[in-house]
Structure formats: C-alpha cells, structure tokens
Design a binder for this molecule. Structure first.
Ligand SMILES: [Zn+2]
Length: 84
C-alpha cells in the first residue's frame, strides 16, 4: 500500500498582511489594525479612525507581527503612512 507523500518542503508563507493591535479606551477593547505592506521601522504615532467613531492616537510599537490567514481585524490600511 503506497504511503501518502509527506510534505517534504515547508509551505511558502502566504502574505496576509500585518497586524498592529491597539487599545480602544472608549470601549475598553483591543482592536486590530491590518496593514497590507510591511510596516517600516518608523514608530511615530498614527491616527487611527476607530470603529467606535473616534480617532485614536496610537504609538506604533516596534513589535508587530504577521497576520494569520483567518485572523479578524477591525480596520485595514495599505500602509501606516496613510494614518500619519
Ligand atoms: Zn475606539
């Protein structure tokens, strides 16, 4: 009986964008901002139009991570520069 072939190669990571999380003080929840392009090392603050209706000033942490395929997000931009 033929053995099922094992995946010899690791799958290429697909690009689902990046996630920067920020706290919404108004509703006390953690929101996720999806960024399509890799955030640069620029950590200057961004102005995020939050789903709560307010614009939050968010300090961009140097810590950012790739988004998982099925990870939900609250809003989306192509680049963080749109929010500066
Ligand atoms: Zn908010």
């Amino acid at each position: 009986m033929p053995q099922p072939r094992r995946a010899g190669k690791r799958k290429e990571p697909q690009d689902f964008g990046w996630v920067i999380s920020f706290g919404c003080k108004t509703t006390g929840t953690l929101r996720r901002l999806k960024v399509d392009t890799a955030p640069s090392s620029d950590t200057s603050p961004i102005e995020v139009p939050c789903p709560c209706g307010e614009t939050h000033r968010v300090t961009v942490s140097p810590y950012r991570r790739r988004r998982a395929a099925d990870e939900p997000f609250d809003l989306e931009v192509k680049s963080l520069d749109e929010l500066r």
